[in-house]
Design a protein around this ligand. Structure first.
Ligand SMILES: *Cc1c(COP(=O)(O)O)cnc(C)c1O
Length: 376
């Protein structure tokens, strides 16, 4: 009688991909090899021929991007507090200073006017995030970076398949980092890629990716920088390769489901819906803000009791202990704080049925209408 549990997201892996992974496992070569090269080639073709290197996570890719952008001790990097904490952490790990600025109320993305006003002589880079796959204005972003001669490290972790001005995110710009984490629109279980500017930068990325080691034909080797260990396995690359042919169809289906949410959503509940963007967003997530006064924990528990998974992406990171210890305080970024307190991610993934959207909307009405669920 009771319906199956509906998670907030689930990857779609086809049988051909599962068989291809089994072939990799049987091949005797399971770490970085031919599948990694093929994955990089396919991604590069998608991204207008720009060089692409795959990595074991987007976090690793952003750490390398920090090094390539020359972010070091004392350097400032401007970014949004409303992101996965990796965005801020990679700046800290490079020895840099995250300079947060508030978001726009409608897009929930970094406010570029505030970003421009925050630029100082120590600003090395700006790191925009396309929350839920809704792109930051790339025309304004890239013009701003050019005007002030700063680097752009796009935390495009959620942006696979999103567009700006008809162009695929990743196919233009400066350094672009995309994630293939299990929850992202295209997955390799874990993994990511960095889109680079030229062959020299791609070579530097390779060195950072694997201990800075250069190998020579005679079997000798040398190390020229203290690289890390960020290489992707052929097993993971094979999963990613199996996903790419489905990207357009995945995005189209996500868009349809988002439209269904807009159609069916009970507006009388007082939730704030995302902006309607059916052109450029990849609909990585469908996120609403709960009305002020509704305890998010109670809402999540109520939905869970109805068999529906709800995500939280994300609390404003400047209020985490690590960032408070650096001097950040409540009240500094009121819009990000308001969104971070009340945002919830509703189920949205390509294999979902239209009836699942109805189920979520009905459950929301039931859960939010119960007066006892309102915090005092
Ligand atoms: C997922 C995500 C990351 C990190 O990606 P990983 O591949 O898990 O390292 C970084 N930033 C944002 C905005 C993300 O959504």
């Amino acid at each position: 009688m009771s319906l199956p549990y509906l998670p907030f997201t689930r990857p779609s892996i086809d049988e051909a991909t599962i068989a291809a992974v089994a072939d990799v496992l049987r091949s005797g070569w399971i770490t970085s090899g031919p599948k990694v090269r093929e994955f990089e080639q396919k991604l590069s073709e998608m991204f207008a021929g720009r060089p692409v290197r795959v990595l074991n996570s987007a976090t690793g890719g952003m750490e390398i991007a920090m090094a390539l952008a020359g972010v070091g001790p004392g350097d400032e990097v401007i970014t949004t507090p409303l992101s996965w904490v990796a965005t801020g952490n990679v700046i800290l790990r490079a020895g840099g200073r995250p300079v947060f600025v508030d978001i726009e109320a409608d897009t929930r993305n970094i406010d570029l006017s505030l970003a421009e006003a925050a630029i100082t002589k120590r600003t090395r880079a700006i790191m925009p995030v396309d929350l839920a796959g809704l792109p930051v204005d790339r025309d304004r972003l890239n013009a701003l970076a050019k005007r002030h001669k700063i680097r752009v490290v796009e935390d495009a972790a959620q942006s696979m398949g999103a567009h700006w001005g008809g162009r695929l995110i990743g196919s233009f710009g400066d350094l672009v980092s995309i994630s293939f984490h299990a929850n992202k629109n295209i997955t390799s279980s874990e993994g990511g890629c960095l889109v680079l500017n030229d062959a020299a930068e791609a070579r530097q990325c390779e060195l950072h990716r694997l201990q800075g080691v250069e190998r020579f034909a005679d079997g000798n080797m040398d190390a020229t920088l203290a690289g890390g260990k960020y290489n992707l396995t052929d097993i993971a690359a094979c999963i990613g390769l199996g996903q790419l042919p489905h990207m357009q169809q995945f995005t189209a289906r996500r868009r349809q489901l988002a439209m269904r949410y807009f159609e069916l959503f009970d507006r009388s509940l007082g939730c704030t819906l995302p902006v309607v963007d059916l052109q450029q967003s990849n609909w990585h997530m469908f996120q609403v803000l709960l009305p002020e006064g509704v305890a998010r924990g109670d809402f999540i528990a109520g939905m869970h009791a109805a068999g529906i998974g709800i995500g939280v992406h994300y609390p404003a990171m400047h209020l985490f202990t690590l960032y408070r210890e650096l001097g950040f305080r409540e009240g500094q970024f009121p819009l990000a704080e308001r969104v971070g307190r009340s945002i919830v991610t509703l189920p949205l993934f390509p294999a979902m049925q239209d009836s699942d959207v109805e189920r979520v909307c009905k459950a929301m009405t039931a859960v939010l209408r119960v007066p006892a669920r309102r915090a005092v």
